[in-house]
Design a protein around this ligand. Sequence first.
Ligand SMILES: Nc1ncnc2c1ncn2[C@@H]1O[C@H](COP(=O)(O)OP(=O)(O)O)[C@@H](O)[C@H]1O
Ligand SMILES: [Mg+2]
Length: 256
Amino acid sequence: MSSDRPLLHVRDLRVDIGTRNVLRSVSFDVDRGDLVVLMGANGSGKSTLGLALAGHPRYHVVSGQASLGGHDLLAMTPEARARAGLFVSFQAPPEIPGVKNNLFIRTALNAVRDARGEAPLDAFDFLGRAREASTGLGLPEAMLARPVNDGFSGGERKRNELLQLALLQPKLALLDEIDSGLDVDGARAVVQLVGKLRESGTAFIVVSHYLHLIESLEPDAVLRLHEGCIAEQGDLSLAREVARSGFARPSEPQAA
Ligand SMILES: Nc1ncnc2c1ncn2[C@@H]1O[C@H](COP(=O)(O)OP(=O)(O)O)[C@@H](O)[C@H]1O
Ligand SMILES: [Mg+2]
């Protein structure tokens, strides 16, 4: 793969949920180490984009292309996409009762390490790393021994998504409203972790409605999703414009 190709390449992506078309034709690129903010009104399809890229079976890709590092994502199973370096955090992380958090994350990490040609981590080595990362994210160590997200508060679930991100070190991470439900320390932890991973080459798509977080992340581009397409692409000034005057644009008819 030549280095001038973007890390993530999405072209004319059309996605349906059931019989309903949600994404009509989405096209954008993300380069290695870049951070793109994805904005859009509630229901515009931001989570749909993330879950379609991740390979969630409910999100039916009707047509278009999506590749990561030159590999055709759409031809791969969800787990192969993760092994190829894709990480998508949940807007509402689900509980997985009966599956211990530390075993869940270690299994995922070892699958990804295997794909990278790295040796698996045993329980002892994993726990050392997981404890260190948890401490950095303000997640109590006891959360590692509990079932995944079982009884976790909203903010604890978001921190648990960040813990997975910190340990998996993906090539591309899509963070879906990671800041909603997080307290100020949690939001600061997001900025720190994203900055650290970005330095080592991880690219990000960040979905957020909060200008303060968006500004702190120093994005390379800001995209606005509207009516199933990337309707506008700009820099921080676009995010500031949205914060000031909302998602409606004079040139676009208002929904009835
Ligand atoms: N399982 C589903 N069945 C039907 N419609 C859905 C389903 N999931 C999402 N949608 C609809 O798809 C649209 C896009 O949703 P979503 O991607 O979650 O928007 P966003 O993340 O931008 O707020 C919304 O109108 C939502 O109601
Ligand atoms: Mg959403």
